[in-house]
Design a protein around this ligand. Structure first.
Ligand code: BT5
Length: 325
């Protein structure tokens, strides 16, 4: 509480020193207590200069995925208004799911520096090495039928691809249904899970994993990170994960509000314009068979439409796509 107050004052006066008397006055605690709070902030990674005559000055902020940083100047009303952050967790999706079952508010975000059991789709693993990527899950409570869940996955793909484009200038593309690809390599995966009644969604957990500063050596073959794709090999050239998280949260909210007010069509149009697949020869691995053909389009419910070699159009709602050329 006092840490936050002190941090706020230091941030607002980042170009100058703030005396300890001033900090005592605003927080209502003693000089010794102020010093202790400064030490707490330093332990979190804030670089605070202390001068006996002038007071304290904030020199650098940490790139840690902590609420104080994520919430600072975050311009959203729903998404990320409440953030729970962990240094290490099994899976942010599992944690958010348990919280959502207890009724936690829409927009709550669980975020971690590392996952020990990061989940992909169909029981696959999501590699989540520490302090280099973003692993986050957002609780959504849309008024939708359960068979509309794909809309949220597609919405998230559009939001993340836009956030990457805006933040880095890289040409992020979407590969149906849930991958974000740059130069042919996967930099982000999305996993949506839900709890639903017969005809309405109780909640959706929107899980997003982004390789931000992750070295390619810590990732599976065919994967990459934003830093790698920007061609910044030096360790010190990292991208601000906190800055990027804010862009993502703001982008998700923008698309979510657009879905509410304008429906799914505009999102689908954006999705199409960033989609890697249309026109490509593809193979789709379905649970018990494989089909081959040309990616034709996506349907209004988020399914992929494949034009089989026979000319017949087939709709698939979940599966893995391999691009054949
Ligand atoms: C996904 O699954 O792409 C969804 C990944 C969702 C991860 C987030 S992190 C926060 C939240 N909490 C969780 O526990 N999960 C979510 P899928 O389409 O099944 O892709 C999985 C496959 O991608 C793996 O089998 C690997 O081949 C590859 N892969 C694993 N880790 C990767 C990484 N860090 N970057 C790129 N590719 C990866």
């Amino acid at each position: 509480m006092h840490d936050e107050k002190i941090l706020k004052i230091l941030r607002n006066n980042a170009d100058t020193h703030t005396s300890s008397d001033e900090l005592c006055k605003v927080t209502g605690v003693s000089r010794t207590a102020v010093w202790k709070h400064i030490e707490d902030l330093r332990r979190e990674g804030y670089d605070i200069e202390a001068s006996p005559h002038l007071g304290y000055k904030l020199v650098a902020i940490p790139d840690s995925l902590i609420p104080g940083e994520i919430l600072w100047k975050l311009r959203t009303k729903i998404i990320g208004r409440s953030v729970l952050s962990y240094k290490k967790i099994d899976s942010t999706n599992d944690s958010a799911y348990a919280l959502a079952e207890k009724g936690i508010a829409e927009g709550t975000v669980v975020i971690a520096e590392e996952q020990t059991k990061g989940k992909g789709r169909h029981g696959r693993k999501w590699e989540s090495p520490p302090k280099s990527g973003i692993y986050m899950s957002c609780v959504m409570r849309p008024e939708m039928a359960p068979n509309e869940i794909a809309k949220i996955t597609l919405l998230a793909a559009v939001a993340v691809a836009k956030a990457i484009r805006r933040f880095t200038g890289l040409e992020a593309m979407i590969k149906w249904p849930n991958d974000i690809i740059i130069n042919g390599r996967k930099v982000c995966g999305i996993l949506t899970e839900m709890k639903a009644e017969q005809d309405s969604i109780d909640f959706i957990i929107l899980g997003i994993g982004v390789n931000v500063n992750t070295p390619a050596a810590s990732l599976p073959k065919g994967a990459s990170s934003l830093k790698e794709e920007l061609g910044r090999p030096k360790k010190s050239d990292g991208i601000s994960r906190v800055g990027f998280v804010k862009y993502m949260l703001e982008s998700i909210e923008e698309e979510y509000l657009r879905l509410r007010t304008k429906g799914f069509t505009p999102i689908m149009e954006d999705w199409r314009s960033m989609s890697l697949l249309p026109g490509s020869k593809i193979k789709v691995l379905l649970p018990n068979r494989t089909i081959e053909g040309e990616a034709h389009d996506i349907d209004s419910d988020g399914s992929l439409i494949v034009r089989l070699d026979s000319g017949v159009l087939e709709k698939v709602s979940s599966g893995d796509v391999v691009m054949l050329r």
